[in-house]
Design a binder for this molecule. Sequence first.
Ligand code: GDP
Ligand code: MG
Length: 163
Amino acid sequence: MLPSVAIIGRPNVGKSTLFNRLVGKKIALVDDQPGVTRDRREGDAKLFDLKFRIVDTAGYEDEDAATLPGRMRQQTEAALAGAAVALFVIDGRAGVTPLDEEIARWLRSSDKPVILVINKVEGKQAEDTIYDAFSLGLGEGVAISAEHGQGMADLFEALMPYV
Ligand code: GDP
Ligand code: MG
């Protein structure tokens, strides 16, 4: 059985885009509208010579789910429970949001290894976020562009100890 990697994060940060890139197919629906990933999707992922299961979660589509034990949060917890490591994705263009901080707090209190992923870093708009993301207490983070395929070697290095 392949080790499993869960993609966690608030709506619209690019979780499904990253999932599709790692699976190499457009399985997950990518949309500008939050709430498009209704349930969790799994696929066989490949990143250079790493092979693993990847789970895309609807996660925190319902903003209330961050503070209430809602269905979406339960689903995220279920995905996390079976995972060797979590990829916690934030939006480098939007900056660190209160919901990101809430999810980070929750992830820090779980004993799962977490890799912070700062997405949408193509161009210069994300430089402040890369700096601010330190405040999430999850380390430096890996800067990527899921859409353009940037940062995949850094993501590989971050995942390698876990999968
Ligand atoms: P999810 O809700 O977290 O699953 O996010 P999606 O994967 O559905 O993406 C939300 C929006 O962000 C879509 O319009 C994507 O095209 C866009 N997006 C995803 N990755 C990137 C990226 O690396 N750069 C930019 N500029 N946009 C991205
Ligand atoms: Mg999605």
